[in-house]
Design a protein around this ligand. Structure first.
Ligand SMILES: O=C(O)CCC(=O)C(=O)O
Ligand SMILES: [Fe+2]
Length: 290
């Protein structure tokens, strides 16, 4: 609704949550976004999971109450069964069965939080959680990523690809398109592959390059038209974002799995994009930015 009826201005996002590369990208390519409404009757619940791409999330209760069980990153390793599958319900009696969940006794107790109507909870990257509606509950929720957790997303993507590679390892030598195939499986399991991740970084970078060049041009008009959000965060934040994109692009380019990919369909030259970003950062330094 927020996307399709912006004139309704149904809600605004606090500034601390506003650097949002995830929804900026998915808005640009006009596919979908990561903004949700959860409506659940009393007693319904969401099974144990971590959020898409290990993004942050915030969730605001419009009415009702939720109970959250939250585990810090890393604890999920103790909450997997003998096949490596994550527990569906961390409160289930099975979890105490050593034959099913051999490491569950090493897991810490979860943080338990009761969220009332009108309260917002922030879930940091990579925290696994299980959520109960204690009453009939409606909440609005965003998942988002930015320069502060993009490295966590990149680590997650590398782990996902390794998991796919392990799974179909036995066909590695007999299939010509094995690496491409791993990317296809990765995309269908986790929603993105390395090529699309590179396109994502490119769009984030290009938006900031355009914004900063408008800021520093003789044209003193503040470039509101580019994006309200970039303008609200200001040029120093855009420069920070570009530095983070440079860092992740450098990691991506060095990865053997990325080097093997056919990027011809993506209209993307990572090296020249890196060059363009570095020039923008360089020319931004030393300027008096608004
Ligand atoms: O409210 C729920 O049932 C799930 C919410 C959730 O998993 C989240 O906000 O990340
Ligand atoms: Fe979640």
């Amino acid at each position: 609704m927020a996307r399709d009826f912006p004139e309704h201005n149904v809600y605004t996002t606090p500034v601390f949550f506003s650097s949002d590369w995830l929804n900026e990208y998915w808005n640009t390519i006009e596919v979908d976004d990561y903004r949700f409404v959860y409506m659940g009757p009393k007693g319904s619940w969401t099974p144990f999971h971590a959020d898409v791409f290990r993004s942050y999330s915030w969730s605001a209760n419009i009415c009702g109450r939720k109970k959250w069980l939250l585990y810090p990153p890393g604890q999920e390793e103790f909450l997997k069964d003998t096949h490596g599958n994550l527990a569906y319900d961390v409160t289930a009696a099975d979890l105490r069965d050593k034959h099913l969940f051999p490491h569950s006794d090493k897991a810490c107790q979860p943080l338990e939080i009761i969220q009332e109507a009108g309260e917002i909870i922030f879930v940091p990257s990579g925290w696994h959680h299980q959520v109960y509606n204690l009453e009939d509950t409606i909440s609005i929720n965003h998942n988002w990523l930015n320069g502060c957790n993009i490295d966590i997303m990149w680590q997650f993507l590398q782990n996902e690809l390794s998991a796919v590679q392990r799974e179909i390892e036995e066909w590695r030598t007999s299939m010509d398109s094995w690496h491409q195939h791993c990317q296809t499986i990765m995309k269908s399991c986790s929603g993105i592959d390395y090529g699309e991740f590179a396109s994502f970084l490119k769009i984030i970078a290009e938006n900031r390059i355009a914004f900063l060049s408008a800021c520093s041009s003789a044209n003193t008009d503040y470039p509101r038209h580019l994006s309200e959000t970039l303008a609200a965060l200001g040029p120093h934040h855009a420069a920070f974002d570009l530095q983070r994109v440079v860092h992740i692009l450098e990691c991506l380019i060095c990865s053997d799995d990325f080097k093997r990919l056919d990027l011809s369909t993506l209209n993307l030259q990572p090296e020249s994009l890196l060059q363009k970003i570095r020039e923008t950062i360089h020319s931004t330094r030393g300027q008096h930015l608004p």
